[in-house]
Structure formats: C-alpha cells, structure tokens
Design a protein around this ligand. Structure first.
Ligand code: GLN
Length: 494
C-alpha cells in the first residue's frame, strides 16, 4: 500500500487497523520530499529525526493497545507562520531567521494531540503578504504542474506539498485568499474557515481582523477531517468562537437537493480567462446535477473589495509588525549605530534592523498602512475602508437570505509564469479580486479543482457559505468531488 496515494481518511484508517504504520507513512513522505523538494522548494524546514520519533511514538501507542488520536500517523506540512516549539518559525522572512518559538500554535498542539505527524514547515510569502509565493526570503515555490510557474500564495508551500503528495494534508492561513488561491492554482482543495472557527494563537499575526487558519488536502472530505481536529474554542485567543465543533465528515451524506447556489454575473466580466470561465460555468452544472439550483445574485460592493482590503490589511500589518524592532523580536543589525543622520543610536538600530530584516513587499505594506492610519488620513482611508467593509458584509448577509452558498471562480487565470507580476504590485493585488471579500465579511470559503486548461494547468472553483456553515460548504464540495475526477489528477512529477 502506497501511503501517499491514500486519502487522509483512508490513511488514518489504515494506521488504526494496522495495515500501515505511522513510521511507514512518515518515511514515505520524507522520501518524496528528498526526491521532489529540491525542485519545488515547498519546505523551509524538514526535521527527519523528530518526524520519525513522533511516528514511532504513535506506533508504540498502538502496540501498547492504547487508543489512537483521530489523525494518527497522518503526515502534515505546516505553514511557517505557525509557531512550532521544536522547529524554526520564520514566516519566510530574514527578520525571523533562526527564530524558534517557545511554544506550539494551538493548531499545531491540536494536531500533535490527535497523533498527526508534523513533517516540516512550508514556504510562504514573507509574513503571508503576497499571492505568488515569490515574496519569500528563501526563494519562490515552483508549481508542481509546471515548474516555470508560480503556485500562488501566500500558502504556496502548503499547496505544493499536497499537490506533489509530499504530505497528505497541510495547514495554511488565509487573510485575503492565501489558502484558496494557491489551492486553486495547484489543483488541491483548500478551506478558509469562518473567522474565529480555528484559534489563531501562535499564528504570526498579519491582519488580525482577517487572519484565519485552515486545512489543504486532495479533497473536501479530508479538509473536514482536519478541521474537526483544529477547530474549536481557545480561551487564549479572544477572537476564537465558543461554538460546538460538529463532526464534519459525518455530515457529508445528506444530498444537495433544494440547496440554492448564488452566481454573481459580475464575476464573469472582463479579465476572466475564457478557459477558467468555461470550467467554472461547468462547475455550476455539476452542482445542479447534484440537486442544487443556481440563482443569479449581486454583491454590489464587492468591486471595492480589493481597495478596502489593501487599506485594512496593511494598516493592521503596520501595527502588528511594529514588534520586530531588533529588541522585542527579530533580526538586529550588526552595523555600528553612530551616524549623525539619526536622532539617536537607538533609533538608528531600529531603522537598520528593520531595513535589513524586512523584504520589499513587507516594507511597502508597512508604509501603506502607517500612512492610512496617520492623523489627518485616518478618516479618509482607514475609517472609510471600515465603512465599506460593513457594506460588503451586508451584501453577504443579504445574499445569504436568498441563497445558501455562493459559487464562482477563485482566480481570474490559471498559474502564471514566475516573474510575470513581480514588478507590478497592483497586478499582484488584483489577483485577490475573488477571495478578499470572504475575509472582509468573516464568512467561510473553499476552493477545489473544477477542470484543467488545454495546457494541463488546474482551474479552481470557489464556494462561499455563511459564518459557521462549514458543514454545508464541505458537503457541497464533497458532492462535487463524488461526481467529478478533477481532484484525483496528479501532476506528471508526482
Ligand atoms: N494576496 C493577499 C495579500 O497579499 C492575501 C494574503 C493572505 O491571505 N495571507 O495580502
């Protein structure tokens, strides 16, 4: 039995009943990483010894007749934005190079308690700012479907490691699309849960009113399995929701008959690649065949989503990233700080440390955010953006009074060539058109493959659902995957 050809659900069942050992699963993942990752760069850190030790502990538990956790033996790649007490956590930034946190993120702790095996830390855009994974200080991730193309971002490593079956599932984070967009471009399934559904304790903060952790896998059912473990209230994250965690995997059976799915005609306007448009329209037909009905709806303020997001997210980032000053956190310059050009040696040390530690996109966001929050501009930019965010949220509430889910594209194009958009920040920001409104409204969304281009690149379909409607969201995506084979395709290298 080839462990990495199994779904997560089948792999944990095989480990539980003794058909596979956790060590076999872990070794299979480590072997694939050794073979494929030099060409992919999905991982920033892999610790063979500790992964194997964790797997041995799971096998020993089983041998001793003790009950196994629900994810026993499952190889998981974790985005390098989540704290791990035994591995570095860099956020793909020179600012945090070599940083080893003193504690595990809540999600990591829950994974370990469920007997999953953390296989390594995955590459990402620096501090999760980006949509191509080219903002990593440690090099871009290459798309497993075409090594000359980007994976999307910022959870590009988490998408690529699942796409190339270097781990069965992975963990990403999504502030404006960073789980769903790379999932779409890499042909995997990625879930952004409702804001607050998963604790963010130990997730390095980017934009705190938008950030959310979620699973990536080959199927919606596997995403549900992981969500069951990582979701739930955490008294140490005041934004985490104190709501019961349903058994997502057991709620997949109910048919889709009578479910109303909204289609936003404006999503199919200028800029949408014709092959993407055709595959997404076909996606609606699949859901119809599963018993859903399709209804045209409007999200009138969604067109302001990107502008709103690029004021709110950088504003929050400029505040969150203030802690990296070379004293409290992060890289400290080794230059002598004695220049007259600065107010004091201390100010010079802060400035040099931040100038050396942060990459260009992070600096751009800090400047944009600081500007938007500054006295005199606050009302015109930040406050205005919050008001528009309220309107976008209201659009969703109105839409969800008429339909149960909203379907559509996740990205306007398939994976684009590396380097194509790096000189044009605005083009990069516009990639987030279809995803940022989910975060601004605080609802949940999932992206999964709905077809391939003529040249063999995956195309993603996005479904969005009201807050805490993950059971329905996963059920609809699972129905889609029972009727189609797109999610079963693997890249030629894998
Ligand atoms: N592409 C968006 C950005 O650059 C989203 C990032 C994210 O979700 N972390 O901010």
């Amino acid at each position: 039995m080839q462990p990495l050809e199994l779904s997560a659900i089948d792999l944990v069942a095989a480990v539980a009943n003794g058909d596979l050992t956790a060590v076999e699963c872990t070794q299979a993942a480590l072997d694939r990483i050794a073979a494929l990752d030099p060409g992919t760069n999905a991982f920033l850190h892999v610790d063979q010894a500790s992964a194997l030790a964790a797997a041995e502990a799971v096998d020993a538990k089983r041998a001793a007749g003790k009950p196994l956790g629900p994810l026993a033996g499952l190889p998981v790649g974790v985005k390098d934005a989540l704290c791990t007490r035994d591995m570095p956590t860099t956020c793909a930034s020179k600012m945090l190079e070599g940083y080893q946190p003193p504690y595990d993120a809540d999600t990591v702790a829950r994974l370990r308690a469920a007997d999953a095996v953390i296989i390594g830390k995955t590459n990402m855009d620096e501090f999760a700012m980006g949509a191509s994974n080219e903002n990593s200080a440690f090099g871009p991730v290459r798309n497993p479907w075409d090594a000359t193309r980007a994976t999307g971002g910022s959870s590009g490593g988490s998408a690529a490691c699942v796409a190339a079956s270097m781990s069965t599932v992975s963990i990403g984070s999504d502030t404006g699309g960073s789980i769903r967009q790379p999932a779409g471009l890499c042909g995997v399934t990625g879930l952004k849960p409702t804001y607050g559904r998963v604790s963010r304790r130990g997730l390095v903060a980017f934009a705190s009113s938008l950030d959310q952790i979620g699973p990536m896998a080959h199927s919606a059912a596997d995403c549900g399995l992981v969500l069951e473990t990582i979701a739930g209230h955490d008294p140490l994250d005041s934004t985490s929701l104190d709501e019961m965690v349903p058994s997502y995997t057991q709620m997949l059976e109910e048919p889709l008959a009578g479910i109303r799915i909204g289609r936003v005609p404006a999503h199919f306007g200028e800029g949408l690649d014709p092959e993407v448009a055709a595959a997404v329209e076909e996606g609606f037909r699949v859901l119809e065949a599963a018993g859903a009905t399709i209804h045209d709806i409007d999200l009138p303020h969604a067109k302001y989503g990107v502008a709103t997001y690029y004021l709110i997210a950088p504003s929050e980032a400029s505040s969150n990233l203030a802690r990296y000053d070379g004293v409290h956190y992060g890289h400290r310059t080794s230059e002598p700080c004695r220049s007259d050009a600065f107010d004091s040696p201390l100010v010079e040390m802060y400035c040099r440390s931040r100038a050396e530690g942060f990459g260009p996109e992070v600096k751009r966001r800090i400047m944009l955010g600081t500007y938007a929050l500054s006295a005199g501009y606050y009302d015109a930019y930040y406050k205005r953006a919050l008001q528009v965010r309220r309107l976008i949220r209201q659009d969703y509430l109105d839409a969800f009074a008429k339909v149960d889910l909203i379907g559509g594209p996740v990205s306007a194009t398939p994976a684009f060539p590396l380097g194509e958009k790096t000189d044009d920040p605005l083009a990069m920001y516009l990639l987030d058109l279809y995803t940022v409104t989910t975060n601004l409204a605080g609802v949940c969304g999932i992206s999964f493959p709905c077809g391939f281009t003529g040249s063999g690149l995956p195309i993603g379909y996005q479904l969005q659902a009201p807050a805490l409607a993950e059971p329905l969201l996963l059920r609809a995506a699972d129905r889609f995957q029972r009727l189609t084979e797109w999610h079963r395709r693997r890249p030629p290298s894998a």
